[in-house]
Ligand binder design. Structure first.
Ligand SMILES: [Ca+2]
Ligand SMILES: [Ca+2]
Length: 166
């Protein structure tokens, strides 16, 4: 799949919610690689701002073609800077109220079983989709699918200003 095709897919905004467009990537990459992938499309890994947005994403994940029952999608949340200090890709802290975060039961657990560095990157996992609590902290160097997000209207102030100046 070419980058041009992906850009067009994003441009047509097939998956939209509120004022955002989403792209569910089938390509499995490390968390950082997933983020770069989104950035190449003028987007970033998704930041989840509300219960409604989480509902939308979970419904999408539920319907998405998955190659394994343990399918996971990276989202834009990490505690790689300071352990336990969950931060979105835009630098804002995670809202720890129940309506702001959607951890699977027993997560985040920073499990060190599979990597000595623990788990610092968050994915929505398919096995949680029945009750909205779908987030698992996972090892950042695992390859997962991802969810990219960008504003529906480009923040580039172009047309309007140009027209006014004419
Ligand atoms: Ca961690
Ligand atoms: Ca975990």
């Amino acid at each position: 799949v070419s980058r041009g095709f992906l850009l067009l897919t994003f441009l047509s905004c097939n998956d939209k919610h509120g004022d955002k467009c989403y792209y569910f990537s089938n390509i499995s990459l490390f968390w950082k690689g997933s983020r770069s992938f989104c950035e190449d499309l003028g987007a970033d890994l998704v930041k989840i701002d509300s219960r409604e947005e989480q509902e939308f994403l979970v419904e999408k994940v539920k319907n998405f073609v998955m190659d394994t029952i343990l399918g996971s999608f990276w989202i834009g949340l990490t505690d790689s800077e300071v352990e336990g200090n969950w931060t979105w890709v835009d630098g804002s802290p995670l809202d720890s109220r129940s309506d702001g975060c959607f951890w699977l039961e027993g997560e985040p657990n920073n499990a060190a079983g599979r990597s000595v560095s623990g788990e610092d990157c968050v994915a929505i996992v398919k096995r949680g989709v029945e009750d909205l609590n779908t987030w698992n902290d996972d090892t950042c160097s695992f390859a997962h699918k991802s969810i990219c997000e960008k504003p529906r209207i480009s923040p580039v102030s172009g047309t309007g200003e140009l027209l006014n100046k004419r």
